[in-house]
Design a protein around this ligand. Structure first.
Ligand code: SF4
Length: 341
């Protein structure tokens, strides 16, 4: 059995203007030591997916259905008390802005030690040693001295390292990283990705990487889920999707990556904006922005996710275009872009 198995996850919010279906039937599984990327623009449902898994959505206004099986146990059936024990111990999360999780009035050491003692019955000395070791493990120099400092005394990249240390302090089985490098400069971003790649091996954690950037997916992930308007557009192994992308939205995301031939010069953003989930367009939700739109797309939702015929591995997509057109268009785009991997 997979470490994490998400089956037909649906999350709906009750708002003053009506019901919003933020995630509509997401399924995936994840093994130990594996990294899954969930990629899409803001409003695609990727962050709501992670918050639904963590049980962090407001219970009064959000309703989640389906199954989230962690080691076979369905997290959606657990109460708040049980979920609190699981969060931080079995599943940990890091966010784009570490300051949302670090308390500015306590030292980094105090916060790390608290995180350890909240979930482990260990002495102050043992917790302090663990905190120090974790700072060293994430590449923070002079960890003994750093334990005594406050979050504002760390740079953005170092704060993100502290967050990662805190998230991994209790050896979680699953780490969810929500845009962990978005706020960082390019050099620090590369360092943090390298750190996550190393920790995945050292700690054997499974990682869900939430990102808007297909470049991050290419760097670090084994599998990828491309989301649009709360639904899965395309899903499969990263190598397969980069070799045989089959959904126009994936093509659009790939167009916004640097290419070998023109570097950053001709990055193309996808025209238009993501759909309102309160009143999504009928038919395919990508239809108002899709360069390949057909009449059927404006009336009928795409068929359920289907296996890509010419791919030997699990690789599914949902689009009305016929298989031959998808093959030809993908080949043309890949040749034109020379995507850098
Ligand atoms: Fe484009 Fe139609 Fe495919 Fe949607 S179903 S992605 S509109 S071609």
């Amino acid at each position: 059995m997979a470490l994490l198995e998400v089956r037909d996850l649906r999350t709906t919010f009750r708002t003053d203007d009506g019901l919003v279906t933020a995630i509509d039937g997401v399924s995936f599984s994840l093994e130990k030591g594996q990294v899954l990327g969930i990629v899409g623009e803001s409003g695609s449902g990727k962050s709501v997916t992670s918050l639904s898994i963590m049980g962090l959505l407001p219970r009064g206004s959000a309703a989640t259905s389906g199954q989230v099986l962690l080691d076979g146990r369905d997290l959606l059936t657990l109460g708040e008390e049980e979920m609190r024990k699981i969060r931080g111990q079995e599943i940990a999360m890091i966010f784009q802005d570490p300051m949302t999780s670090l308390n500015p009035v306590y030292t980094v050491g105090w916060q790390l030690i608290e995180a350890v003692r909240l979930h482990q019955d260990v002495s102050q000395t043992a917790a302090t040693k663990r905190a120090r070791d974790m700072l060293a493990a994430v590449g923070i120099p002079n960890p003994d001295e750093r334990l005594r400092q406050y979050p504002h005394e760390f740079s953005g990249g170092m704060r993100q390292r502290v967050m990662i240390a805190m998230a991994l302090a209790n050896d979680p089985k699953l780490l969810i990283a929500d845009e962990p490098t978005t706020a960082l400069d390019v050099t620090t971003q590369a360092q943090i990705l390298e750190l996550i790649r190393r920790l995945r091996t050292d700690f054997d954690s499974a990682i869900v990487m939430i990102t808007h950037d297909l470049g991050v997916v290419a760097e670090i992930c084994d599998d990828v889920l491309v989301m649009y308007g709360g639904r899965v557009a395309e899903q499969g192994g990263v190598d397969d999707i980069f070799a045989r992308p089959r959904h126009p939205y994936t093509w659009g995301l790939m167009g916004s990556m640097p290419s070998r031939s023109h570097g950053m010069d001709r990055l193309q953003s996808i025209p238009g904006s993501p759909p309102s989930l309160l009143r999504p367009p009928p038919g395919c939700r990508f239809s108002p922005r899709c360069p390949y739109v057909m009449d059927i797309c404006r009336g009928d939702p795409p068929p359920p996710l289907r296996q890509v015929e010419d791919d030997p591995h699990f690789h599914v997509e949902a689009c009305h275009l016929d298989a031959a057109s998808k093959r030809e268009e993908a080949a043309r785009l890949l040749a034109a872009q020379e995507i850098v991997r």
